[in-house]
Ligand binder design. Structure first.
Ligand code: 13P
Length: 250
């Protein structure tokens, strides 16, 4: 059985006080949960977030990681640094990293390989742009993104990967993919995994949907067969909205 997951990507939001407040609010709402709950605060607050969530059902993950083990990479953060404070999962490949920091498939594969080597779990993000969808190239684009990255990993490392399909046109726009569009793409992604690896791996990998998931639309998206949960941006910054989204997947 695949695990259901709801993950909140806080992006570059929340200072120290806001981070503490939001975590405490979440902890008081989430007293018991059958699904996996994840939050990704900013780097400076990961340690305090790990400490605050120690006795809760919430896992703290990072939004990014560098593609090198250590060394002269000013301003960057390594896997071993994250692991040393109890962060064992990271996002890789978010569309904002791809668009604003020019992270391409080659770099993302390097990050993936390093994460796999160091037993860091990865939530790997990908998805097409609006122009790709309009020109009906979305399946090709997504297949290519996968082919150049996770489909190059070896079979044994895939169990430490979660996939997050986030169509760029739905991120922060309020325009969600319909539940049919999400299901259609998730099924396609699972087929790609099955063809490249095998059916068992495809059936076991969690595929999250991200892009304007809100309390009002979460249940409809999560009830689709190949949607195992969500990667939530804006709505994850509000404790009761995030909690309602978690409830919608429980
Ligand atoms: P929104 O939920 O704000 O659209 O963001 C989605 C996202 O990018 C999560 O990583």
């Amino acid at each position: 059985m695949r695990k259901k997951i709801v993950a909140g990507n806080w992006k570059m939001n929340n200072d120290l006080d806001q981070t503490i407040k939001l975590i405490n609010e979440l902890k008081s709402l989430i007293t018991d949960s059958k699904i996996e709950i994840i939050i990704a605060p900013s780097f400076p607050f990961l340690k305090i977030a790990v400490d605050l969530t120690k006795d809760s059902n919430i896992e703290v993950v990072s939004q990014n990681v560098n593609d090198n083990s250590n060394g002269a990479f000013t301003g960057e953060v390594s896997i071993s640094m994250l692991k040393s404070i109890g962060v064992n999962t990271t996002l890789i490949g978010h569309s904002e990293r791809r668009a604003y920091y020019h992270e391409n498939d080659e770099l993302l594969l390097k990050k993936l390989n390093l994460a796999v080597e160091n037993k860091m779990r990865v939530i790997f993000c990908f998805g097409e742009e609006l122009s790709d969808r309009k020109s009906e190239m979305h399946f090709d684009v997504v297949k290519n993104q996968l082919k150049n990255t996770i489909l190059k990993l070896d079979e044994s490392s895939i169990n430490n990967i979660v996939l997050a399909y986030e169509p760029v046109w739905a991120i922060g726009t309020g325009e969600t993919a319909t539940s049919e569009q999400a299901q259609e793409m998730h099924q396609f992604i699972r087929n790609c995994i099955s063809e490249n690896f095998n059916e068992e791996i495809a059936n076991n990998i969690a595929i999250l949907y991200g892009g304007s998931v809100k309390p009002a639309n979460a249940a409809e998206i999560f009830e689709k067969k190949d949607v195992d949960g969500g990667l939530i941006g804006g709505a994850a910054l509000n404790a009761s909205d995030f909690f309602n989204i978690i409830q919608a997947n429980s």
